[in-house]
Design a protein around this ligand. Structure first.
Ligand SMILES: Cc1cc2nc3c(=O)[nH]c(=O)nc-3n(C[C@H](O)[C@H](O)[C@H](O)COP(=O)(O)OP(=O)(O)OC[C@H]3O[C@@H](n4cnc5c(N)ncnc54)[C@H](O)[C@@H]3O)c2cc1C
Length: 259
């Protein structure tokens, strides 16, 4: 059997931030060299009843940052998140040495528009894209090869659950290549909310039109809740998007523990 040091880095929690009752941000020092591309995920683990439980988490941070950042939903009946939820600063966590995943920005198809659809913690890979490109852009370079533009619709039930709204709104106000629309599905609980309303999948058609996105110039990304991913993909396919221009990351399958 592999010893932890062969497969894992000695990562440690460096910061924990509560976002909502069931949502928190963890920042982790990887404890060694950890390479990744914006949009990839890391595998975190902890011991539970003498066994190691591991789960995948999209990386929020940009590869330019030292700490890895994660936006995590506490699933009370879950194996790992109740343990992650109570971690405090300096607690060790298992971190697989290699990042994984292909949910990275499509720079190969020739498409220059990127429609980013996410539910709650599913915004994580998009924050990583945007932080990375914003940093490049601030240094005076073009955001990416060519003139790429990113359009994000981010859904949650309530206004306090977005996690990265302030940061993304500030970037959108400054960067002409980024648009961010947060939307809530429970306006009756949020009388002070004056922004967009409805679930992400209810808004796909509207924003494809508003932003003038077409299957010929746009790659779409769907991340988070399986229902949104399924419905959103179906709508985009019916609107002419080919499968190869739809990228998706499903966070869980109901009734099935994660891997
Ligand atoms: C590529 C990838 C990236 C991911 N990135 C993130 C991320 O950035 N943030 C994040 O919070 N999660 C992310 N996940 C989900 C994560 O890997 C775990 O599945 C999740 O944290 C639950 O783990 P758990 O051990 O607590 O629950 P489990 O023991 O795995 O699951 C218990 C039960 O809860 C269900 N369940 C799992 N998650 C949810 C949920 N969110 N809502 C409702 N029911 C659920 C399961 O289907 C199962 O029936 C990602 C998953 C994948 C595959």
């Amino acid at each position: 059997m592999d010893t932890p040091s062969e497969k894992f880095l000695p990562a440690r929690v460096v910061e924990r931030r509560q976002i909502a009752e069931d949502l928190f941000v963890l920042k982790v020092d990887p404890g060694g060299s950890f390479d990744y591309k914006a949009g990839q995920y890391a595998t975190l683990g902890l011991e539970r009843d003498g066994k190691r439980v591991e789960r995948a988490y999209s990386i929020v941070s940009s590869p330019y940052e030292r700490a890895l950042e994660f936006f995590i939903e506490h699933v009370p009946a879950g194996q790992l998140t109740p343990l992650l939820n109570v971690l405090q600063e300096d607690h060790p966590v298992y971190l697989r040495r290699f990042a994984k995943g292909r949910f990275t920005l499509d720079l190969k198809s020739g498409h220059t528009n990127h429609l980013l659809l996410g539910t709650v913690t599913g915004v994580a890979p998009y924050v990583s894209y945007v932080r990375t490109i914003f940093q490049d852009w601030k240094k005076g370079g073009s955001p990416m090869p060519g003139e790429h533009r990113l359009f994000c619709v981010h859904g949650s039930s309530h206004a306090h659950e977005f996690g990265y709204r302030d940061e993304l709104e500030k970037i959108a106000a400054e960067a002409p290549w980024f648009k961010y629309v947060p939307t809530i599905s429970r306006p009756w609980d949020n009388p002070e909310w004056h922004g967009e309303l409805g679930r992400v999948d209810d808004l796909v058609r509207k924003y494809v039109e508003v932003w003038n996105l077409t299957p010929a110039d746009t790659t779409a990304y769907l991340c988070g809740h399986p229902g949104m991913v399924e419905t959103g993909r179906g709508m985009l396919q019916r609107a002419g998007w080919k499968k190869e221009h739809l990228q998706f990351e499903i966070y869980f399958i109901p009734g099935t523990p994660g891997t």
